[in-house]
Unconditional design. Structure first.
Length: 196
């Protein structure tokens, strides 16, 4: 607004021109001062508004980043919990599997032990039966030798029981090998009796 060049219509008995000019000069000076201050304030206000907008954008970005970080942390926590549960389940499953295998191996070992124990008992029974039959055979041979006459023909005949005893001993020893419990001491004793 151009206050200095403002002109007024002149009228009869109007105001003093000098007073009006002086007053207008004062008003113009005050107006210019106020206008400059207004421009400065407006510039500062615009600058502050720009900074406020920038800060608001930064705040929005920080809030978004914070929310993303919180969501990521929650996802990591959930994932870690699931992974831990899965590891525990696998560990429990492996422990149960190992325990079952151990029990099966233990039962198998016990069965093998019982089987070997039975075979050992059968073998001892066979050996006992063979030894008993051989002692009886030797006793019978001794009795037969005492009763026989000391002639050459009788000696030749006496050799046959001894040879038979040796053959029976060899056959019985061969049969005495453990055959997984399929024979027992009674079978060996029957074989020895048949050999006589």
């Amino acid at each position: 607004m151009d206050i200095h060049n403002k002109e007024f219509k002149r009228g009869f008995r109007g105001y003093s021109e000098e007073d009006v000019d002086a007053f207008m000069n004062n008003i113009a000076g005050d107006y210019e001062k106020v206008y400059r201050e207004y421009c400065e304030l407006k510039e500062r206000c615009d600058s502050l508004q720009d900074k406020l907008t920038q800060y608001e954008k930064m705040e929005a970005t920080m809030n978004s980043t914070l929310m993303l970080a919180q969501q990521t942390a929650e996802n990591v926590k959930v994932s870690a919990r699931k992974e831990a549960d899965l590891i525990l389940q696998e560990a429990e499953s492996k422990k149960k599997q190992m325990l079952d295998e151990t029990m099966m191996n233990l039962q198998k070992s016990q069965q093998e032990w019982e089987k070997l124990k039975a075979q050992t008992g059968a073998y001892r029974a066979k050996c006992r039966a063979i030894l008993t039959s051989q002692l009886k055979l030797l006793d019978d041979m001794a009795l037969d030798g005492e009763a026989a006459a000391p002639v050459a023909s009788d000696k030749a005949v006496a050799v046959k029981p001894a040879a038979a005893a040796v053959a029976v001993s060899a056959e019985a020893a061969q049969k005495a090998v453990p055959d997984h419990g399929s024979h027992d001491g009674k079978d060996a004793e029957k074989d020895a009796n048949k050999a006589k």
